[in-house]
Design a protein around this ligand. Structure first.
Ligand code: GUN
Ligand code: ZN
Length: 439
């Protein structure tokens, strides 16, 4: 049976037919054809939420020949996008005018996050947020809640109901913000521990210990975050680092004995390959060395960095220095839920520094590259047997302007660049989560 167009809500066992693209390693150049696999008439066989086979449709093994076929031709089938840093509690903060980081937090962000003490409010926003990700073809995200435990119970519960792979945590903040948002070093530790026990490893959920940033965390709170990180197997750590000059200055004032900003986190034992540092815009050479030595991840949030006037991420410099890099929206400092728009802004930020980020690399980064940065490349980010069937279908002709532009596209790279530069949620024609079509 072939189901074209309509939403398929049935069993997850099926074959998707379309143009299939997946990456095998980081592309080194615009024409690095060895970095990806592509089938012009391809097929992805899905069973029990996982990919069991992919290749040319004509080569589909007999084992899968009896499965229902969903025909997405001429759509481009890719692994679902991965957003490596976002704040779900900032859906009503995005697009706030006129400030840079510290004023933006105080004026727009903290008052909104205070509302997440209310579990019903948190549930409503978490639901809107995850539905928006599905509309945008984002199947995994690394997410900050508010400081309230209830905000994360709501988020994890909604993500679990959708079968999505999510990494998230309650923000730790015991100073430097309105009282309604503050925890204590001890209550933050206890609430994080309770959330880990309730949700980490449940279905496809993972916990990230989430000290907001040094300005809102006492040394004792950071130390307890480090203790928790050592105690709990497989959890992540996420925080912000070196985003804004006033922020750096205030951090060094609050931590006068620190060698630099990163040293505040390093002293607390927070570095490592499961540690994600948002922004990393103004790093010193020593901070870069420590990031590389610990294989900590530098997360590039281009729409946030331009919107808040924070600075230009040194993508190629950090990558070439051997520091793991990831790409992220940073909603609501960032201005779009779309990873296509995020990649388009990444291109512009790199251009401002004299580097032309090639479209193979940006699509790699949004899929397998981010999965790799999250130590999850064996589970998500690729169209390979054993990976989850988190898949999206892209339409390069989604708008009249794209259709006109595509008339002169001559290569897969051209098409990807049109998608990232002109595309948005209208280019995402289907989103599958563990084989279930949710868009
Ligand atoms: N630094 C501390 N908190 C935040 C936040 O919510 N957004 C951004 N962009 N930077 C931060
Ligand atoms: Zn952030």
């Amino acid at each position: 049976m072939t189901t074209a167009g309509g939403i398929d809500t049935g069993m997850t066992d099926k074959v998707l037919r379309g143009r299939v693209l997946t990456f095998v390693r980081r592309p080194r150049a615009f024409d690095d054809d060895g970095s990806y696999e592509f089938w012009d008439d391809g097929a992805v066989a899905i069973s029990s939420g996982k990919i069991v086979w992919r290749g040319g449709f004509g080569d589909l093994p007999n084992d899968y020949a009896g499965m229902d076929v969903v025909d997405h031709r001429p759509g481009l089938i890719l692994p679902g996008f991965i957003d490596a840093h976002a704040h779900y509690v900032q859906m009503r903060v995005i697009a706030s005018y006129g400030t840079q980081l510290l004023d933006w937090l105080e004026r727009h962000t903290f008052p909104e996050e205070a509302r997440f003490e209310d579990a019903a409010y948190a549930e409503q926003v978490a639901s809107h947020y995850l539905d928006e990700l599905i509309r945008q073809g984002v199947t995994t995200a690394v997410v900050y809640g508010s400081s309230h435990k209830a905000s994360m119970d709501a988020f994890f519960s909604e993500a679990h109901a959708r079968g999505m792979c999510m990494i998230a945590g309650k923000t730790l903040m015991d100073r430097g913000a309105p009282a309604v948002l503050l925890d204590t070093a001890r209550s933050g530790y206890d609430d994080s521990k309770a959330l880990i026990n309730a949700w980490h490893g449940k279905g496809r959920l993972h916990y990230a210990i989430t000290p907001r940033f040094a300005i809102t965390c006492s040394a004792q709170q950071l130390e307890l975050a480090g203790t928790l990180l050592k105690e709990e197997e497989g959890v992540y750590l996420q925080t912000h680092l070196s985003e804004n000059h006033d922020e750096i200055e205030e951090t060094l004032r609050l931590y006068p004995s620190a060698r630099d900003y990163l040293d505040v986190y390093e002293t607390a034992g927070l570095l490592g390959e499961r540690s994600l540092f948002g922004h990393c815009l103004h790093l010193t050479d020593r901070e870069r060395d420590a990031m590389r030595a610990s294989q900590s991840v530098a997360v590039f949030c281009p729409t946030s960095n331009t919107f808040l006037g924070s600075g230009l991420f040194d993508y190629d410099g950090l990558r070439d220095a051997g520091i793991p890099v990831a790409l992220a929206s940073d909603v609501g400092g960032g201005t779009s839920y779309s990873m296509l728009a995020t990649a388009a802004e990444a291109y512009k930020v790199c251009q401002m520094r004299g580097y032309s980020l090639n479209p193979l690399e940006s699509f790699y980064q949004m899929t397998r590259g981010n999965a790799d940065a999250l130590s999850m490349a064996d589970q998500i980010g690729s169209i390979e047997p054993q990976c989850a069937a988190d898949l999206i279908v892209l339409d390069s002709l989604a708008t009249p302007a794209m259709t006109v532009r595509m008339e002169t596209a001559e290569s897969l790279q051209d098409e990807l660049f049109v998608l990232q530069t002109l595309g948005d949620d209208r280019s995402i024609t289907a989103t599958y989560v563990a084989g279930r079509q949710l868009k």
